[in-house]
Design a protein around this ligand. Structure first.
Ligand SMILES: C[S@@+](CC[C@H](N)C(=O)[O-])C[C@H]1O[C@@H](n2cnc3c(N)ncnc32)[C@H](O)[C@@H]1O
Length: 308
């Protein structure tokens, strides 16, 4: 029975460099009926099996298989790997720790937009300012995009998020630091709350020529907070670039439009944009793999924008 339960394991899918899940799930069993099978084991006394220890191992294995089918929120902490393309066809593998998802800590999971944006960095290189040795990431979460940018572009990236996200973010930077440095980059994590006006950076030299943000929009307050943060931290030169990737969640069209309007009000315009599809990283109860459509865009100050 333990062998059967082991064969039903669902691991996090490895994500290829285009955000598509490799077709290598460990479980090749027709998913229909599996949750019912697992529940029947958990609710059984297993009285025909000798030894409390053996019964415990079976209950534990069945519960684990069921939690793997109950969505990401039911899962324990885990290490995951992400393959990121570099210039000239090479790749690096970034290793990230994802804590269990408690309360509202959305920064403890690596979202599809991040996976797609980390793979897009190579092709965005040609649009970047000639001198972009400093890069800021907003709402970095587990750190995939910032760590990838440090590797792909060989630059110094400041990854920022809310204070409660920083311990895991720092852990992930430390884990990948030798990889980042071998690519000529560097990275650190700092708290930056978009709602905190005291972050204000007065000197232009303190600002960043490149800002990155993946999936930062899920509240009606976010467009205003993000636009203000971009205004505070994006260097006011025509070459400076804001790069954003957003999932096209149906309930958030208003927030996306609002953010676009507010960025235009700041004097920014879209230099290049596109749509792409990635996989949701976890299969549903029946083994289905949802697709996530995303929009990426690179913004610059209009030539006519004040101080640009
Ligand atoms: C959906 S997650 C995306 C995380 C990561 N960029 C990714 O795509 O995997 C949104 C991130 O924004 C951060 N965030 C939310 N509100 C914030 C605020 N007021 N200031 C700074 N970061 C915030 C969250 O902590 C979280 O890490």
């Amino acid at each position: 029975m333990l062998d059967t339960l082991a064969s039903l394991e669902q691991r996090p899918l490895s994500l290829s460099n285009y955000g598509r899940a490799h077709d290598s799930p460990s479980c090749r069993v027709e998913p229909t009926g599996v949750p019912g099978f697992l529940t029947s084991i958990i609710s059984s006394s297993l009285s025909w099996i000798e030894g409390e220890d053996a019964r415990e191992r079976i209950w534990t294995a069945a519960s684990t298989r069921l939690s793997e089918r109950s969505g990401r929120t039911a899962m324990p902490s885990m290490m995951r790997t992400f393959e990121v393309p570099l210039l000239e066809g090479q790749t690096v593998v970034v290793e990230l720790h994802e804590p269990s998802l408690t309360s509202d800590n959305l920064g403890f999971k690596t979202w599809t937009s991040s996976v797609l944006l980390s793979s897009r960095l190579v092709s965005l290189s040609r649009y970047l300012p000639k001198s972009h040795s400093r890069v800021l990431e907003l709402g970095a979460g587990t750190g995939l995009v910032g760590i990838a940018a440090a590797c792909v572009w060989g630059v110094n990236v400041t990854l920022t998020d809310l204070p409660e996200i920083l311990p895991n973010l720092r852990r992930n930077i430390d884990k990948n630091l030798s990889l980042i440095q071998s690519c000529g980059g560097d990275a650190c994590a700092l708290p930056l709350d978009w709602s905190d006006d005291t972050n204000f950076s007065e000197a232009d030299s303190n600002r960043y020529p490149v800002i990155l943000a993946a999936d930062p929009l899920y509240s009606p307050d976010h467009p205003q907070m993000l636009a203000k943060t971009v205004q505070q931290w994006l260097r006011r030169t025509p070459e400076s670039s804001l790069i954003i990737e957003l999932p096209l969640r149906p309930g958030y069209q208003h927030e996306r439009d609002d953010l676009k309007r507010k960025l235009v009000d700041l004097g920014l315009e879209i230099a290049v944009e596109g749509y792409e599809c990635g996989s949701e990283d976890w299969q549903g109860r029946m083994g289905e793999q949802a697709e996530v459509e995303c929009w990426w865009s690179l913004w610059r100050y209009k030539a006519s924008a004040p101080d640009a």
